[in-house]
Design a protein. Structure first.
Length: 229
């Protein structure tokens, strides 16, 4: 169910957000790359705190950000990891400005890579592709083997019309996590957009995509191509 939700969210973004995002990007001056901090180790938590945060993270994965916030208020764990979960929950409940404040505070902490990702997602949702690319590139540099970051970075690259780098990011994501359905969808979608039908269908078979998924990706390709100036 979660993968379907992510897929439909991506479909909506692709069909409705792409033109506005590209327009915003075209008038934004290029900014210097973000200097990432060296990887730090987070302070140890008690087994009980670790378990509670894992349960809250699972709530977020299941699409229950309001419940996650309630449990964060209840457990009162003081750590960067807890604050990161709070920022994720705030972003997912539509409170991006509050989430951004927390992400910025965490950008030099032991969870900096995930904080950069959060900032990149907020920038992307706001139509600022240049800022999103900067933050997601920083996130990828900090956590190069995190498949979700590779996928997000590839998606924004695709939005910006940088198809070859996007293809690299999607391929990296699916090789790092072969069962990561969202990256598989994005990879096939990009191949359809590029007109490489044979390769798109070959990857679809490799990932085990069903006919309904492939038809939806084709429709999304047509919709995004019509929307692109």
């Amino acid at each position: 169910m979660r993968s379907i939700t992510l897929f439909m969210t991506f479909a909506w973004l692709c069909m409705h957000s792409l033109p506005n995002a590209m327009a915003a990007d075209s008038i934004t001056k290029a900014a210097p790359p973000i200097k990432t901090v060296a990887d730090k180790a987070c302070a140890d938590l008690s087994p009980e705190e670790t378990t509670r945060l894992a349960l809250i993270q699972q709530m977020l994965a299941e699409g229950k950000p309001h419940a996650a916030l309630a449990h964060l208020d209840a457990v009162k764990v003081k750590s960067e990891r807890a604050e990161l979960l709070r920022a994720h929950a705030l972003r997912q409940t539509g409170r991006a400005p509050q989430a951004q404040v927390i992400y910025e505070q965490l950008a030099s902490s032991c969870v900096s890579g995930h904080a950069y990702r959060g900032l990149g997602l907020i920038a992307s949702q706001g139509g600022n592709l240049q800022e999103a690319l900067r933050y997601l590139k920083a996130a990828s540099n900090t956590l190069p083997t995190e498949h979700t970051i590779r996928n997000d970075y590839g998606y924004v690259l695709m939005q910006a019309g940088q198809n070859d780098p996007a293809l690299h990011e999607f391929l990296t994501a699916v090789e790092l996590a072969p069962d990561y359905r969202q990256a598989a969808h994005n990879l096939v979608l990009l191949l359809y957009k590029q007109g490489d039908i044979a390769k798109a269908e070959a990857f679809s078979r490799q990932f085990g995509l069903v006919e309904d998924e492939m038809q939806q990706l084709k429709k999304m390709t047509q919709a995004s191509n019509k929307a692109t100036p």
